[in-house]
Write a protein that binds this ligand. Structure first.
Ligand code: CTP
Ligand code: CA
Length: 239
């Protein structure tokens, strides 16, 4: 049946989408975070539900206002996660039953080695500055790719700042190869680009590094283009 005026071309598909940005605690009142609003990931979840999929949206620090439309849909179940470890556990718990997993969340690469149970005070710190020890977090996407089963499609997102003589596409291709994703959505970010903006520009690369979609527009437009690419890649791999 048509949903929201669109063909239900994802009818019955079980989808997991992560969105937002994880926060790694330093002490009870401070954290290391990032600027991801979760809008692009939420748009991906909404578009999937609109096209007939059953969606689990794993949201890390997404504003209630941004989540509201998705939370209200019967076909979307929202699971909240705070840290990278929590997001990883939540995604992995849902991954087994998923046909498509989209990792749109900005996952912290590192966590604080020793989280202070009390608010840190300058009194106990050396004068002039301190050093925080950080430990690398597990790569959730890499784990999903390692455990990918037949018929499962795994999609990553990569926010990149071009530079060092490398184009955005070069970086995206290198990352797609390193990550082993079926699709990688690459978008350019900068101090004033990509985060709070309503619009986005994304290039989607397949496992061979081929560009299979490129879309500039609202985060909803980008989401629709991404699902078109998912359908196309699933059709190809089914043959
Ligand atoms: N990702 C993940 N787990 C992590 C880090 C990233 O699952 N610990 C996922 C993100 O959700 C995203 C993809 O990996 O879908 C790419 O994230 P990105 O930060 O661009 O890649 P990294 O491998 O962390 O490389 P780097 O930050 O060094 O560019
Ligand atoms: Ca990273």
């Amino acid at each position: 049946a048509a949903v929201g005026g669109r063909a239900a071309d994802l009818d019955g598909l079980r989808v997991v989408v992560s969105a937002g940005g994880t926060r790694e605690p330093i002490d009870p009142v401070r954290y290391i975070g990032n600027r991801s609003s979760g809008r692009q990931g939420v748009a991906v979840a909404l578009a999937a539900a609109d096209r007939g999929a059953d969606v689990v949206l794993v949201a890390a620090h997404v504003d209630d206002g941004v989540l509201a439309t998705a939370s209200a849909l019967p076909r979307v179940r929202v699971v909240r996660a705070g840290t990278a470890a929590e997001l990883g556990a939540a995604v992995e718990a849902e991954a087994g039953a998923a046909d498509v997993i989209v990792m749109a969340a900005a996952v912290a690469d590192y966590r604080v080695a020793e989280v202070s149970p009390l608010k840190r005070s300058k009194d106990a710190a050396p004068a002039g500055g301190i050093t925080l020890d950080l430990i690398e977090n597990d790569d959730i996407l890499a784990g999903l790719v390692r455990r990918r089963r037949g018929g499962q499609t795994i999609v990553g997102f990569a926010a990149e700042t071009p530079g060092d003589g490398e184009t955005l596409l070069d970086r995206g291709r290198r990352k797609a190869a390193r990550k082993g994703t079926d699709l990688l959505a690459v978008n350019e970010v900068g101090w004033a680009k990509g985060f709070e903006a309503a619009d986005n520009a994304v290039t989607v690369i397949d496992a061979e590094g081929e560009v299979v979609a490129a879309r500039r527009g609202s985060k909803g437009d980008v989401a629709e283009a991404l699902w078109d690419a998912v359908i196309a890649v699933r059709r190809t791999s089914a043959n």
